[in-house]
Design a protein around this ligand. Structure first.
Ligand code: HEC
Length: 324
């Protein structure tokens, strides 16, 4: 997608913006090495933005049930399937805007943003319910606060987040534990829990660790008889594999491993849907085997787009290919 079209999208009315968005969605498949490059400002430095990520300011509660709620929310926050409509089609998640639960100063979605770092969450582009017909992008808030900078009171979070998912992003009604989990996750973010470093390198191991956490939450939800939540947690793990996959595109052996791991997760979702007793064993085997997968990925990491130099080269190629 070229800059000119982005600018037109930002200036024109909603109908034009939606048309620009659809064109962008098609162009993305051929032109962008990473899907997320598609919703940052064209001026964003791909290495500064995507070779690392902001650190997460998460305080995990000691109580096991409370910790499970936070983990469910953490995984759901990173799952495209939670949202519906256009957002789901382009794999947008809560985390696309609130990276690691924080802000995203580079965010610029064709037709849905004003200045970088803003988004209009009352836009009919995303929603068949809530579009207010007015383009009013707002800064994406850092959900870890400080509290006095946040507008939504902790007890209002479930209703607010449900509105975001169902009305703004046209998603389906989330399972109750997922909604409660998202609220618990947002509440567990706070400035006091921020690590010393503001950013951390983004590596395949980081994303696999997220996938394992999601699957551990899936296992607990399944054990508690909550199949819809468990299945969504497996979807969260699959989405993390997808983010690894896009950076190993040029490496067929690693892609084959990733696809095989994903196929096993699809089978796991089916086993959960059927309520099969062996689902938990399959999940444990997957977790065990993910260590081998991680080692194989690490061995070829330097040749993947997790290597900042390669990421930069791929993004530059995209600029050269870009129609002007
Ligand atoms: C397209 C970008 C985008 C996506 C996707 C998104 N948000 Fe937001 N979010 C925003 C913006 C912008 C605001 C500020 C809205 C305002 O100021 O009126 C916001 C506000 C919030 C707030 C209120 C913060 C406060 O001030 O108290 C919460 C909580 C929140 N989002 C959670 C979520 C969750 C959970 C999801 C996923 C279901 C999500 N967001 C998806 C952009 C996004």
């Amino acid at each position: 997608m070229d800059r000119r079209r982005r600018r037109t999208g930002a200036l024109a009315g909603l109908a034009l913006a939606a048309a620009g968005f659809l064109a962008a969605a098609t162009a993305a498949e051929v032109a962008q090495p990473l899907q997320a490059l598609h919703w940052v400002t064209p001026d964003a430095d791909p290495v500064a933005t995507f070779a690392s990520q902001p650190t997460e300011c998460l305080h995990t509660p000691a109580d096991p049930a409370a910790a499970q709620a936070v983990e469910v929310g953490r995984a759901a926050f990173r799952t495209p399937l939670l949202l519906g409509g256009q957002a789901a089609r382009v794999s947008l998640t809560c985390e696309s805007c609130h990276r690691s639960g924080r802000g995203n100063p580079e965010f610029q979605f064709p037709g849905a943003s004003g200045a970088p770092g803003t988004a209009d969450v009352t836009l009919s582009l995303f929603s068949s319910h809530r579009g207010n017909g007015v383009h009013d992008p707002r800064p994406i808030p850092d959900l870890s606060g400080p509290r006095d900078r946040l507008k939504v009171a902790p007890d209002q979070l479930p209703a607010f987040i449900r509105g975001l998912i169902v009305e703004e992003f046209d998603g389906r009604e989330p399972p109750p534990a997922v909604l409660a989990g998202l609220a618990a996750y947002v509440r567990a973010l706070s400035p006091g829990a921020c690590p010393a470093e503001a950013r951390a390198p983004l590596r395949p191991a980081t994303l696999l660790a997220d996938a394992r956490r999601a699957l551990t939450a899936a296992d607990r939800a399944y054990a508690a008889g909550d199949r819809p939540t468990a299945i969504l947690m497996v979807a969260a793990a699959r989405a993390r594999l997808g983010l690894i996959d896009e950076r190993y595109k040029a490496l067929p052996a690693e892609v084959a491993r990733l696809r095989a791991a994903d196929t096993r997760l699809t089978a796991l979702q089916q086993a959960m849907r059927e309520g099969r007793a062996d689902a938990s064993t399959d999940l444990a085997h997957w977790l065990r085997d993910s260590r081998r997968l991680e080692a194989a990925l690490a061995a070829r990491e330097a040749a993947s787009l997790f290597n900042p130099t390669r990421l930069k080269a791929a993004a530059n190629r995209r600029l050269l290919l870009k129609p002007t």
